[in-house]
Every structure is written in structure tokens, then in C-alpha cells.
Write a protein that binds this ligand. Structure first.
Ligand SMILES: Cc1cc2nc3c(=O)[nH]c(=O)nc-3n(C[C@H](O)[C@H](O)[C@H](O)COP(=O)(O)O)c2cc1C
Length: 323
């Protein structure tokens, strides 16, 4: 089977154009290592920058060459966590959701590639201008946090047209080799998957959460800020999140101002119900691509199958003929 070589694989020195999303509390060192060892790039989800978690998971990645990601707005009060990450000489530093510019100089000095995940063309242009080495274009189909603005299919080529030599990676709703092949057709140099890896054996999620991902359909997911409002911590505007719908989120979606007025009471009730084991309080972050996930698999198999399927789609399983 041939390999897919792209601007991304060359820039990051990897075999396959598949990145593991740095999912906080989910993409730990074992999963990042498994993705890297399979030829993609595993990225540890450093989330809001908990140092104990980060050091433990870096340790679990062993000698594998992995990246580290942070939620940018959430590390504003602990910028030193970026230095902690850079000391480990990660394969890349991945920043999403907020202003990454205060960290660019330090990341460049460390000689570590900077990957910026963005949700709009405007953010992409700002990231390109500030020196990002790779842009991840996240559409609103994505699982977890993001923005309700752009769909992956139009956002990716719009950014490709502005990015010059900088590799653009597609994210959001891509969960198999068809997504990878399509992303390449849009001009992307690879894909980043989160939801698909939520159902990986090495994911840090509990088995019931993985089972929910396997059982869910894309129609079952909704993007709203209500999940964060009810669970806490609240995320700053304009960010919201996509998860499997729960009754409480549906009840408040579109009535966020009312919820905010009653937030303490509603959050306390939600937390109490969670302590009682009410499954209606379980927030399973997942994207529209869940339809394509049929089982829990080793992360390395997911990488290999994604690449094999994309190669097949691009060669002998084409859905069209040139006549
Ligand atoms: C469970 C979950 C947790 C996530 N956590 C983070 C995070 O901590 N930092 C981040 O940059 N992105 C996070 N994301 C978003 C991913 O980076 C990525 O954009 C998204 O998963 C891509 O869409 P997909 O889920 O359809 O593959 C998360 C996504 C999921 C599903």
C-alpha cells in the first residue's frame, strides 16, 4: 500500500497525515504514543494546563515523539506551563481557543513547530501572520469545543487559498478514510480527528463514555454553550461545544439568558443529579462524525485504517470515472 506524503507529513516529519486531537482528559500519553507509533502524530491534551496531569501523561508517552496541546484562554493565568511543555521538546505545541500570540516568540526560540487551531478565516489569517507553522481549520461539525460559524467543507479551501506554503489540516466531522480523502481534495494536507479517537482503547475516557460514542448518531449531537453553563467551568464567548444531546441542554438551548439568571440554582441541581448517578447529566463531547464509529479499537488501528481507506478511495475505489 502506498503512503500519503503531504506538506504536513514533511513539515512534522511523520509518516501519515493524521493527527490526534489534543483532547483534555482524553488524549493522554498512551494514546498519543499509539498514534505516533502508527505513523501519525499523537498530541497530549494538556487542556487548561494542569502540571501534574501533563507531567504524568508525558511520562506515559515514553520515548514516542508526541505533541502537547493547551486551551489558550485557560492558561492565561499560568503561562509558565508553556515553558514546562517546551522543555520536553515536544514534536509540536498546539494552541486552540484564544490569543496564542503571547507564546509565539518562546515557541519559535525553542524550535518547536506551532500548530494553531482556528474556527474562522479571520482567525486563520491572524495565525498565519503571527508565524504559525500549521493551521488546523475546525468546522462546527467538530466534537468538543469550537464555534458555531463555519462548516469544514468551505472553511478548509478558503484557508488553503490564503495559507501559501503553510500546511492546513481539516478538522470537524472527519472520522474515517473518506474524510481524509475529501480533505485532501479540498487542499488540506491532512486531518485531525478527535471524536474517532474518543472510542479508542487508549482513550482516558471511561468505558461507558466510549460506549456512548459508539451508540450515538450525528443527529443526536448539538452545539451549544449550555453544556458548559450547566457543568462549569463557563467558557468565554464565542466558544461553545458539541456533545450528545441531553434533556437539560435541549431545555435551555435558545434560553441562555434565562439560564444565566438562574445559573447558581440550575448548576447546583445539575451537579446534585450527577452525584445521584443521573445519566442525563453525562456530557459526552462528540462530533457529527459519530455515525461512522462502530466500535472501540486500538488507536494505531484507527490511524492505519483511515490511511488505507483514503488511499483506496483515491486510487481504485473512486466514486467517479473521468470519461
Ligand atoms: C472529547 C473532546 C475533547 C476535546 N478537547 C479539546 C481540547 O482540550 N483542546 C483542543 O484544542 N481541542 C479539543 N477538542 C476539539 C478537537 O481539537 C478537534 O477540533 C475536534 O475533535 C475535531 O472534530 P471531530 O471531533 O469531529 O474529529 C476536543 C474534542 C473532543 C471530541
Amino acid at each position: 500500500m502506498p503512503r500519503l506524503e503531504t506538506a504536513l507529513t514533511k513539515k512534522l516529519g511523520i509518516e501519515h497525515p493524521v493527527l490526534l486531537a489534543p483532547m483534555g482528559g482524553n488524549s493522554g500519553g498512551a494514546m498519543a504514543s499509539a498514534v505516533t507509533e502508527a505513523g501519525g502524530l499523537g498530541i497530549i491534551g494538556g487542556g487548561p494546563g494542569d502540571r501534574t496531569f501533563l507531567e504524568r501523561e508525558i511520562g506515559r508517552a515514553g520515548n514516542s515523539r508526541v505533541g502537547i496541546g493547551f486551551i489558550t484562554w485557560a492558561i492565561e493565568d499560568k503561562p509558565e506551563i508553556v515553558s514546562v511543555a517546551l522543555e520536553r521538546q515536544p514534536a509540536a505545541l498546539f494552541l486552540s481557543f484564544g490569543d496564542h500570540t503571547p507564546y509565539v516568540d518562546e515557541i519559535k526560540r525553542a524550535g518547536v513547530p506551532l500548530i494553531c487551531q482556528i474556527q474562522t478565516l479571520e482567525q486563520a489569517i491572524a495565525a498565519i501572520d503571527s508565524g504559525a507553522d500549521v493551521i488546523v481549520a475546525q468546522g462546527q461539525e467538530a466534537g468538543g469545543h469550537g464555534m458555531t460559524v463555519r462548516g469544514t467543507i468551505s472553511l478548509v479551501p478558503a484557508i488553503v487559498d490564503r495559507a501559501g506554503d503553510i500546511p492546513v489540516v481539516a478538522a470537524g466531522g472527519l472520522a474515517d478514510g473518506r474524510g481524509l480523502a475529501a480533505a485532501l481534495m479540498l487542499g488540506a494536507s491532512g486531518i485531525l480527528m478527535g471524536t474517532r479517537f474518543c472510542a479508542a482503547e487508549e482513550s482516558l475516557w471511561q468505558p461507558d463514555m466510549k460506549a456512548s460514542v459508539v451508540a450515538a448518531r450525528g443527529d443526536d449531537t448539538i452545539r451549544t454553550s449550555v453544556f458548559d453553563m450547566l457543568r462549569g467551568p463557563d467558557w468565554p464567548a464565542p466558544f461553545d461545544g458539541r456533545a450528545v444531546r441531553i434533556e437539560a441542554a435541549e431545555r435551555w438551548q435558545g434560553r441562555e439568558a434565562d439560564l444565566r439568571e438562574n445559573l447558581d440554582k440550575e448548576r447546583a441541581a445539575f451537579t446534585e443529579a450527577g452525584k445521584r448517578g443521573d445519566s442525563g447529566t453525562k456530557v459526552v463531547w462528540a462530533g457529527e462524525g459519530v455515525d461512522l464509529i462502530q466500535d472501540v479499537q486500538p488507536a494505531g488501528d484507527i490511524v492505519q485504517q483511515t490511511v488505507d481507506q483514503a488511499v483506496a478511495m483515491l486510487t481504485d475505489k473512486k466514486t467517479y470515472s473521468l470519461v
